[in-house]
Design a protein around this ligand. Structure first.
Ligand SMILES: C[S@@+](CC[C@H](N)C(=O)[O-])C[C@H]1O[C@@H](n2cnc3c(N)ncnc32)[C@H](O)[C@@H]1O
Length: 304
């Protein structure tokens, strides 16, 4: 079964009795047996990364100094493993996450970015032979989509929008981390509300799209902000709120790209057909049509 963001998978068997208080050195922890859930995360390679992170030493020292004492970090590591077992995203433990070629800060203030979202950002880079002048990332969370696109296109200006002040504070940290202050604007807004009159060549959004009766992994529910996940109308309310006024904000010749839920290519069909939008569905890496791509024609005078 492939990794499906948010939706429930079978929980791994709890095997944390292997991380007993008597574990005192790196070697004690590494020799295992390891908790079952670790296998799905990269097994001992992941565990080494975690140990090195907590001890603040290079991974190579775990090989050369297997008797390195865990000290006070033993209980911290035990706690980390418990949180991971309960479904906490690894990005929250490390405080950062890789997205395309870059690392971004990640914590409980925003959704931990998913690989499927990086896939869309990468597709957008390939779909644009020229850098879009103005980009807006609606529901930016930690800012990964808009900021990675700004890093990919040094000429682009990016507007990062979120309703959550906490998410915007995290985005600001990522703006600073990547020295993007001169090209990134942060806006607290309920979707388009604070952007009246603005236009963008590229609109990108990964809005909340989980329906209240979707089965969601317990870890996602426990650790990630619910405002980033759930949307009314079977997960379609925020998608529609973004799409309804889209034409005013999309520059002629521009493109919009929205990540949607697994069944929205079916449930949105009738609504989309009546919307007048020029749309198509792009498949995710697992073959599910998950990304709604909308193109706006150039004005006649721009074509000639
Ligand atoms: C699924 S998360 C996406 C976060 C980030 N773009 C990513 O892909 O990792 C959705 C984001 O939309 C924001 N959001 C929810 N409702 C909103 C609204 N009405 N206006 C603006 N942002 C909203 C949430 O705070 C959250 O950060």
């Amino acid at each position: 079964m492939h990794a499906v963001p948010f939706l429930k998978r079978n929980a791994s068997k709890n095997n944390l009795k292997t991380i007993e208080p008597m574990v005192q050195t790196v070697q004690d922890l590494l020799k295992g047996p390891h908790p079952a859930f670790l296998e799905g995360m990269g097994g001992s390679a992941f565990l080494r990364r975690l140990i090195a992170f907590r001890l603040q030493i290079p991974v190579s020292r775990l090989f050369t100094e297997p008797d390195y004492p865990l000290g006070e970090q033993a209980s911290v590591l035990r706690d980390d493993l418990q949180r991971l077992e309960n479904g906490c995203p690894a990005g929250y433990i490390f405080g950062e996450v890789g997205f395309l070629e870059w690392e971004f800060y990640s914590d409980e203030r925003a959704l931990c970015p998913r690989e499927e979202t990086a896939f869309l950002a990468d597709w957008l880079r390939r779909a644009h032979p020229q850098a879009p002048k103005r980009i807006v990332d609606l529901g930016c969370g930690s800012g990964v989509i808009g900021l990675s696109l700004a890093l990919s296109w040094p000429e682009s200006q990016v507007t990062l929008v979120d309703l959550s002040p906490q998410a915007l504070a995290l985005t600001r940290k990522n703006v600073e981390r990547h020295n993007l202050s001169s090209r990134a604007r942060l806006v607290a807004s309920d979707w388009w509300n604070a952007l009246t009159g603005a236009q963008f060549e590229l609109v990108v959004a990964n809005p909340p799209y989980v329906a209240s009766d979707d089965e969601v992994e317990p870890g996602v529910l426990s650790f990630e902000p619910h405002a980033a996940l759930f949307s009314d109308e079977q997960g379609m309310a925020d998608i529609k709120a973004i799409l309804t006024p889209l034409d005013h904000f999309l520059a002629p010749g521009g493109m919009a790209a929205l990540e949607c839920g697994h069944y929205h290519h079916k449930t949105l069909q009738v609504w989309l057909q009546g919307s007048g939008l020029n749309y198509e569905w792009l498949q995710d890496p697992y073959g599910v049509p998950r990304y709604l791509i909308i193109r706006k024609e150039l004005d006649a005078w721009q074509k000639s």
